[in-house]
Design a protein around this ligand. Sequence first.
Ligand code: PHE
Length: 355
Amino acid sequence: MSELATTLQRIAAASDLASLDAERVSALGKNGWVTALLKTLGKMSPEERQTQGPAIQGQRADVAAAIDARKAALETAELDRKLATERLDLSLPAAEQPQGSVHPVSQVMDELAEIFADFGFAVAEGPEIESDWYNFTALNMPETHPARAMHDTFYVEPREGVEGTFVLRTHTSPVQIRAMQKHGAPLRVIAPGRVYRSDSDATHTPMFHQVEGLVIDRNITMGHLKWTLETFLKAFFERDDIAIRLRPSYFPFTEPSAEVDVGWSMENGRRVVGGSEGWMEVLGSGMVHPRVIAAAGLDPDEWQGFAFGTGIDRLAMLKYGMNDLRQFFDGDLRWLKHYGFSALAVPTLSAGVGA
Ligand code: PHE
């Protein structure tokens, strides 16, 4: 049998990719017999080469084609074998009961939506990858504004063909702009969602949740702001003895601005919201800055409003008594079993938003 026939037979019989490669090396490799034949071409006379050349090249092509064909066949067989053995029957009944529960963050978001729906607020949304314009500039923080440095911003790497600077939104306030642009005035929305800052310890995680509130109408005053927040906190903490205190503060996008403290007291050795033994800060707020209203395309001489923002995770911790924020995002089933909520216990004002 010729060398070529033997090789082709061995290639066809190769049972795996490794033995096929061994055949390739013994024919086409540096010391392979086809390679050796090819080398003889150099020493031939032009006439000899004319006849021998095509014959040798033909053998090389036959071997290469046989290897490619066998390789394809072995790969197909391997895939078929995997498909047959790694089959998963998705129609089988579950071996275990599902064990998840509603995360406290989702629960509090549902509670917020329920409470504010009763005041006539709709829920608004915006993207988590936000342009620098929405996250800062339109909120009265031009490029050189020092308040930009307060936010430990994550910047998104610039991409070819995409204009402008993008960030992971550092707060839910950009949704104020988007909601005004989309719906105009008058307007009442809350905007719950994820926000990102480069910060990490027991009370800070790089991703956390905020809820923004925005009211735009004619003749809106700080009085409306104070009533809304007080009524909200009473409904949320389910107590009538909620005391709040507004302290002058500064945010670039509100003027005047106020930090809102809520009174706490000791009950069973634990600090709870209610009463006024002491104060803790729970919200940022203020009257929407005329420049912000103008940036969103509305006339600030006609429309005024108030806005507020607060941390959802923090609200959950205060209401349900967790003390380490990091555990919120560990995905530990034992924690979820302890702090989670039944999917059937939907918060409603009539049945109590506390579930
Ligand atoms: N965006 C502010 C923050 O993240 C909170 C805030 C919202 C303050 C709306 C005033 C008005 O700290």
